[in-house]
Design a binder for this molecule. Sequence first.
Ligand code: FAD
Length: 318
Amino acid sequence: MKLTEHIKRANGKTQFSFEILPPLKGQNIQTIFTNIDPLMEFQPPFIDVTYHREEYTYKELPNGLLEKHIVRKRPGTVGICAAIQNKYKVDAIPHILCGGFDKEDTENFLIDLHFLGIDNVVALRGDAVKSETYFTPEPKGNAYAIDLVQQIEAMNQGQYLDDALENSAATDFCIGVAGYPEKHMEAPSLESDMHFLKKKIQVGGGYIVTQMFFDNQKFFDFVDKCRAAGITAPIIPGLKPIATLKQLNLIPHRFHVDLPEPLIKEVIKCKDNAAVRQVGIEWCVAQSQELINAGVPFLHYYSMGKSDNIYKVAKEVF
Ligand code: FAD
C-alpha cells in the first residue's frame, strides 16, 4: 500500500517506522531479520531499506601502477525489500539513487520493483563517491533528485525511455523525497534548498522524509517554512538516538546537523558508551513524545543496523 494511504488510514495517529541498511557483503540476511524481529511489536506499516552505491579501492600492481576496483559493500536492497514484504507482510521501501545509475539502469531497477509489488520508493540524488569532492552524475544519468522523481513519475504515466514501446503498463509508485531541516550541505541557503524541495514535490514527490535532527525546534521551523512555501505534502521526521561518544563529532561531520548543547554536555559526562547509549535513548524518547504531541504522521527511526536502542525508545513511546 502507498505510504500516503497509510497516513490517511491512521486518521491522525502517529505511527512507527524505521530504516535499515543492507548488511555488509558476505553477511547473511538473518542479521537483518534479527534486527527487525523485535521492532515488529510496534506494527510498522513500512520499513525503509537504504541503497549504497559502489566505492573504489586501488590495488598496487607489480609495475607500481594502481588498478582501480569497484566494490559494492552493501548490495541487495531490492532482494531485502522483497524478503521483508514476503516475511513480515509490511511495505518495504527501497531507496533509489541518481548516483551510479544511468536512466536505463533506473528504469530497469523500477521495473524489478514493480514486478515485485513494491509501490513505494524514496528518490535521492546520493552523495559524491569518496574519491571525489562533488557529486557527478553518470553519463545519461539523472543529475538531481528532481530529475529522478520526473523519470519515476513518467513511468507512472506509462512513459518509458523507449518511445516506440507499445501498450506499456503504467507503474504506480508513491515517491518519497529527502528534506533537510538544517539545510542540505551544498545548498547556499535554506531558501534555495526549499525552492528545489518544492520542485521535487511539484514534479511528483508524494511525501518528505527528513534528515535526522536532535532539536525539535529545527523540525518545527522547517515544517512552518515548507507550509509557507506552499508545500502541503506530509513531512515525516527522521530520528536517531545517539549511541557512542564518537558520534558527537561524527554526526555533525557526516550529516551536517548540529547537536544541542544540553545533549552534548550529557554525553561528555558519560563514563562509557553504555552510558552514552542510555542518554541517547532518553533524548530520543523526549523528542519523540514532543513530535507525537505535534501530530506528526510517523516517527521514522534510523537504525543504522542496530535495533536495541530503537526498541527501547519505541517501548516508551508507542
Ligand atoms: P537533491 O534533492 O538533488 O539536492 C541536492 C542538492 O542540490 C541540494 O543542495 C539542493 O538544494 C540542490 N538542488 C536540487 N535540485 C537542484 C537543481 N535542479 N539545480 C541546482 N541545485 C539543485 N544516500 C545514499 O547514498 N543512500 C540512501 O539510501 C540514502 N537515504 C537517505 C534518506 C534520507 C531521508 C535522507 C535525508 C538522505 C539520504 N541519503 C542517502 C543521503 C542523500 O543521498 C544525500 O543527502 C545527497 O547529498 C542529497 O540527496 P537529495 O536527494 O536530497 O538531493
